[in-house]
Design a binder for this molecule. Structure first.
Ligand code: PLP
Length: 393
């Protein structure tokens, strides 16, 4: 098959399949083949592909108002901000369009706060293997090996500690530190879950030293981990949080949230042409209302248990290393670097394919829609077993 992407700037290798339609747990390619999708746009489609709630919100809002300009209020912006404040420990919201943009906003807020209240403190302590996005500053903030120099010179002021190692955080803190920035579950690193004890110590340490704790919940937030936000699982409150992926349910929408005392931008410090546009905010409101309706998160936890048990049984049967994760963000750890081969075998299954993601060569990440059914998840596990058998045989 010739490469259909010949007009695109090369950024990654993609299979030659072209996807045309999506409904719920399923993607359909231009040839009509169906795939059970356990990637869901990288944990983006919290309610599956093209759910009625989102298409209705898009249609209704697009017929009323697309963008009055970020210099004016609009109703969906105010309603979504109010809803996020109501369901979280935060008091203030800024809407953006991508996770990297929200994280840049968090770093700017921390630096502004540091310059005002902490004598010019500006350094951000992040974690090895972390992923915070692809802008230059977020590449500096991330701990992805090899990201330090491909676009040199990089923005400075980002130190690194090791996840689940509180002594490494203490060593990284200096009088110039403004914030510690953490993914409570490191998604791109391979679904590495922070220890509850470590997170509680980190909260205590940052409070004691007077530095902000920023939770990057771009991947873990909005129900993904079985609670509205992963910080609830840990029983802590961050000072600042970012959301994106699942918040928009498939459309570009992100948020920066902070407690009142850190609401310290001056007019003009922060903004964006599409920041808070009503079209995306209306979708975010529909997603948040659905995820927070009574019973929804209990359903996520039930599916998470089903997935975890199913993966553990695959691991036992096929002598794999094991599974891990929080809620419906899970990983299956393989005994060798065969994850890309498993991904390819799963997609090639007939008559129905399975879409999986391999963020590391020995590991498969699973991020089904939060409203995936018990039967769909069961089918996904059966297809995964088939693909694993083909590769490991
Ligand atoms: C995906 C991701 C980002 C980047 O989000 P974009 O919308 O791609 O900019 C940042 N942080 C985490 C934890 C992510 O998973």
């Amino acid at each position: 098959m010739s490469d259909p992407g010949q007009d695109l700037i090369t950024i990654t290798q993609r299979p030659p399949t072209v996807f045309a339609d999506g409904h719920g747990a399923w993607l359909i390619d231009e040839g009509g083949k169906r795939y059970l999708d356990l990637i869901q746009g990288w944990a983006v489609n919290s309610l599956g592909h093209s759910p009625g709630l989102i298409t209705q919100a898009l249609l209704a809002q697009s017929q009323r108002l697309l963008n009055p300009s970020p210099a004016y209020y609009n109703r969906p912006l105010l309603d979504l901000a109010g809803r996020l404040v109501a369901i979280s420990c935060f008091d203030r919201v800024f809407l953006a369009s991508s996770g990297a943009e929200a994280n840049e906003g968090a770093v700017k807020l921390a630096r502004r706060w540091g310059s005002r209240r902490r004598g010019g403190a500006h350094e951000i302590v992040g974690f090895e293997q972390a992923f915070h996005g692809r802008t230059l500053a977020m590449m500096s903030a991330s701990g992805k090996p090899g990201w330090g120099d491909i676009y040199a010179p990089m923005p400075a002021g980002f130190a690194k500690a090791r996840l689940n190692d509180i002594a490494s955080v203490e060593r990284a803190l200096t009088p110039r530190t403004a914030a510690v920035m953490i993914e409570l579950v490191q998604g791109e690193a391979g679904v590495v879950v922070a220890d509850p004890g470590f997170v509680r110590e980190l909260r205590a340490l940052t409070a004691e030293r007077g530095v902000l704790l920023i939770a990057d919940e771009v991947q873990t937030g909005i129900g993904r981990c079985g609670h509205a936000f992963a910080y609830e699982h840990y029983g802590i409150e961050p000072d600042v949080m970012t959301l994106a992926k699942g918040l928009g349910g498939g459309v570009p929408l992100a948020a920066l949230l902070c407690k009142e005392e850190f609401n310290c931008f001056e007019p003009g410090d922060q903004g964006g042409t599409f920041a808070g546009n009503p079209l995306m905010a209306a979708v975010g409101l529909a997603v948040v209302n659905e995820v927070c309706r009574p019973g929804f998160l209990a359903g996520v936890r039930a599916r998470a248990e089903q997935l975890s048990v199913g993966l553990q049984s695959l691991a036992r049967e096929l002598a794999l290393v094991g599974e891990r994760g929080l809620g419906l963000l899970r990983a299956l750890v393989l005994p060798a670097d065969v994850a890309p081969a498993v991904v390819a075998a799963a997609q090639a299954l007939e008559p129905v394919g399975l879409l999986l993601n391999a963020p590391r060569p020995h590991l498969i990440r699973l991020m089904p829609a939060l409203n995936v059914s018990e039967a769909e998840l069961g089918e996904g596990l059966a297809l995964l077993r088939q693909a694993l058998n083909e590769v490991l045989r």
